[in-house]
Design a protein around this ligand. Structure first.
Ligand SMILES: [Zn+2]
Length: 177
């Protein structure tokens, strides 16, 4: 996702707001494909682009909804996230020969634009919840028969000998973080 920064480059102190809602595919399909499918709807970008001596400082928030299965009962859950970002896009003209490259975080197109794809992907991937539960007291699936115990009473009680096929589930740590 390219953004022109022509009027900012070389004018430290200048700032611009960037508010936009874009589908996650805008940030590319590979190699973060599975994440794209978890995001529902558009990613709301509310960013400030600040011109600094070293390049362009991009800061603000990315808001998005994700759909993930409950870790216990597997029911789809909808979670909203707001991720704070702050990244410096380096101006190659202000860099020394031996400065380290940070691919995706530099001015491109002859120092007239930045590409926000890497920033957005990094922010979304890092902040994607690893596991969610539909509610703190979700009863989960019965380790013996697999029934959703929030909905049905399958008659099996904790402490009973689990079906060997489900024995591994008993070892899972399902406590909320
Ligand atoms: Zn649940």
């Amino acid at each position: 996702m390219r953004v022109s920064v022509t009027e900012l480059v070389g004018n430290p102190g200048e700032t611009r707001e960037l508010t936009r809602a874009v589908p996650p595919e805008t940030f590319g399909e590979d190699p973060w494909g599975p994440v794209v499918t978890a995001v529902e709807g558009d990613v709301a970008m509310a960013l400030h682009l600040d011109a600094v001596v070293e390049g362009i400082l991009v800061r603000g928030t990315l808001g998005f909804d994700v759909q993930l299965p409950c870790a216990r009962c597997l029911e789809p859950q909808h979670v909203h996230r707001d991720v704070a970002v702050a990244e410096l896009f380096l101006d190659p003209a202000k860099q020394d020969e031996d400065d380290e490259d940070d691919p995706g975080y530099e001015l491109i197109d002859g120092r007239t634009a930045i590409d926000l794809s890497t920033l957005a992907r990094d922010a979304l991937v890092i902040d994607l919840p690893v596991r969610v539960v539909c509610r703190e007291d979700c009863l989960g699936l019965c380790p013996r028969c697999g029934a959703d115990r929030n909905r049905v009473d399958c008659g099996h009680r904790p402490g009973e000998e689990p079906d060997p096929r489900w024995a591994k589930l008993a070892d899972l740590d399902l406590r909320p973080e």
